[in-house]
Unconditional design. Structure first.
Length: 310
């Protein structure tokens, strides 16, 4: 009896494979905007399950990397939401926020799956996943399945991209994992680097930072070029290496380097700064921020970083 039931099950699976009309899984990645590193880059991508196929989607991942230096410039967001939710992924290269909007008929189910991916048919196996028998269940009443189609899920992505990454071709890659099969789609986009209208002169104190030393702050003195006033800097916008915010107190206008041009002193939390540095003879620290009228500025200084215990 077991053999017969297995044979019947096999027949049903084969029937699904052969009787199923040609339908597709599609991933469409929209053009990112703006195409400028150092700004918040937005784009969306949609996964579409066409026709009345059963498609248990287990997981969706997103990667963004530099085409010719993927090992150096790479961010990964694993396990994107599969229901109508938002999720923020803190990465070493800025936060990525992903909002999922499932289309009508999207749901969680239990069943067989089969789909055509770029002219080849794939059997999706049997198991839990997105896709089902034509009924949905769960708190949101979702239910994509046989007889409910097409359906889709759209992801809106915003990435606070780093101004420190170089210009070049970047790849946006979306990957869909189903039962044993992986499908991915890429889109390559040329990203430029935001050009700051104002270049500041930065002096970081100390000149040599010992990662083992204690202390509350790292100090930066910011001097602006002629025509701009350091007193106009909006301290709440000042960041060190795109990450560490300047403390709101203490700050002060003075002339630290005694060159007759006023400079603004700001402080950064020493533990946070140390947390992102490794020892080196010439470690570049970049300070960015905005003037009160919104004009952005940027400047860098180089310090020595050591790690010596007592
Ligand atoms: Ca210095
Ligand atoms: Ca000065």
């Amino acid at each position: 009896m077991r053999i017969i039931s297995a044979a019947i099950t096999g027949f049903i699976i084969l029937s699904l494979v052969f009787i199923s009309p040609a339908s597709a899984l599609k991933i469409d990645i929209a053009e990112p905007s703006p195409k400028t590193l150092g700004q918040t880059i937005s784009f969306s991508f949609t996964i579409t399950v066409e026709d009345s196929e059963l498609l248990p989607i287990r997981r969706v991942d997103l990667e963004i990397y530099k085409e010719n230096e993927p090992a150096v410039y790479h961010i990964t967001c694993l396990d994107l939401p599969l229901t109508a939710t938002s999720k923020t992924y803190p990465t070493a290269a800025g936060d990525v926020t992903v909002t999922a909007v499932p289309g009508a008929g999207w749901g969680y189910g239990y069943g067989y799956g089969y789909a055509i991916w770029e002219s080849t048919g794939y059997y999706w196996g049997y198991g839990y996943g997105y896709g089902g028998w034509g009924y949905g269940y769960g708190p949101e009443g979702y239910g994509y399945g046989y007889g409910f189609a097409p359906t889709s899920i759209t992801y809106s992505v915003t990435w606070s991209s780093p101004a420190t990454w170089p210009a070049g071709d970047y790849v946006v890659k979306a990957t869909v994992l189903a039962n044993g099969d992986t499908f991915s789609k890429t889109r390559t986009v040329a990203l430029s680097v935001y050009v700051y209208p104002v270049t500041a002169k930065i002096d970081i104190d100390p000149d040599t930072l010992n990662l083992k030393s204690r202390g509350r702050w790292i100090t930066a003195y910011i001097e602006l070029p002629e025509g701009y006033d350091a007193a106009d800097i909006d301290v709440s916008t000042v960041l060190l290496n795109d990450k560490v915010p300047a403390e709101s107190m203490p700050t002060g206008i003075g002339d630290y380097d005694e060159d007759g041009i006023p400079d603004l002193m700001v402080k950064f939390d020493r533990a946070m700064v140390k947390g992102m540095l490794s020892p080196g003879d010439a470690v570049e620290l970049t300070v960015t921020g905005e003037l009160i009228d919104g004009t952005p500025f940027k400047g860098s200084d180089t310090i020595r970083v050591i790690s010596k215990g007592k």
